[in-house]
Write a protein that binds this ligand. Structure first.
Ligand SMILES: N[C@@H](CCC(=O)N[C@@H](CS)C(=O)NCC(=O)O)C(=O)O
Length: 227
């Protein structure tokens, strides 16, 4: 039995953040299914925000809120301290600040249009046997995301990774939302954002991401949104 349990579901970009970080560190974990929208009442005791993921470290506590940490950002920071090798946060102070900025930007500014404007309208109805809302996904990709892509393009031009010279939390946090975009059938237009398109395909090809994508594609088969 492993110590670490992620409470949440496959397909959540924030659950995937934790899964990818653990895969990069080579740490085993279990995933215990907790569906949000809405999460069950008992879940409020361990996360009053009733959002996934929550991490349980059984070496700390096994019942109720004991041994649990809600929210992907503190979870990832905790796991970095618990298993420092390989380091996924920069040692340099300024680079650390930049990495946490990209994590925050991804969790808020990138997550919203991809989650609410693409993943939900495309995936949720399909899972309920209803018609996908292709129009909303298309509008999000054409009208809401370009400003985000412009910024990210400027940040990855001539760079292998977002911060410093190694893969880390900034890359995990940003790339996880491009997996949800992929499931929703969206792509970064390589003619308009060449550096970002290249960056995204490199990040998603890493074994840590590729394994999640292959696993999730069984639940969300890929399809286009016919732009
Ligand atoms: N800041 C949180 C965001 C987590 C989040 O929004 N999770 C979504 C699923 S992807 C959720 O549980 N939503 C349920 C709700 O908002 O009621 C994190 O980084 O973990």
């Amino acid at each position: 039995m492993t110590d670490l349990v992620i409470l949440g579901v496959k397909g959540s970009p924030f659950v995937r953040k934790v899964q990818v970080l653990l895969a990069e560190k080579g740490v085993e974990y279990e995933l215990e299914a907790v569906m949000p929208f809405p999460a069950p009442d008992w879940f409020a005791e361990i996360n009053p925000a009733k959002r996934i993921p929550v991490l349980r470290d059984r070496s700390v506590g096994t019942e109720g809120a004991e041994g649990t940490i809600p929210d992907s950002s503190p979870i990832c920071a905790y796991l970095e301290r618990k298993q420092p090798d390989p380091a996924l946060y920069p040692a340099d102070a300024f680079e650390m600040g930049r990495a946490l900025w990209f994590e925050e930007y991804a969790d808020s500014v990138l997550a919203l249009p991809v989650g609410m404007g693409m993943f939900r309208p495309m995936i949720f109805p399909a899972m309920a046997g209803k018609e996908r809302d292709v129009a909303t996904a298309r509008t999000t990709l054409q009208e809401k995301l370009p400003v985000v892509f412009d910024y990210l393009e400027s940040q990855v031009r001539d760079r292998e990774f977002l911060v410093g010279t190694t893969f880390g939390i900034a890359d995990i946090s940003v790339a996880t939302h491009f997996v949800n975009m992929h499931h929703a059938g969206g792509k970064v237009d390589a003619a308009r954002w060449p550096a970002l398109a290249d960056y995204v395909s490199r990040m998603l090809a890493r074994p840590s991401f590729a394994e999640c994508i292959a696993d999730e594609e069984k639940l969300f088969p890929p399809h286009g949104i016919e732009l």
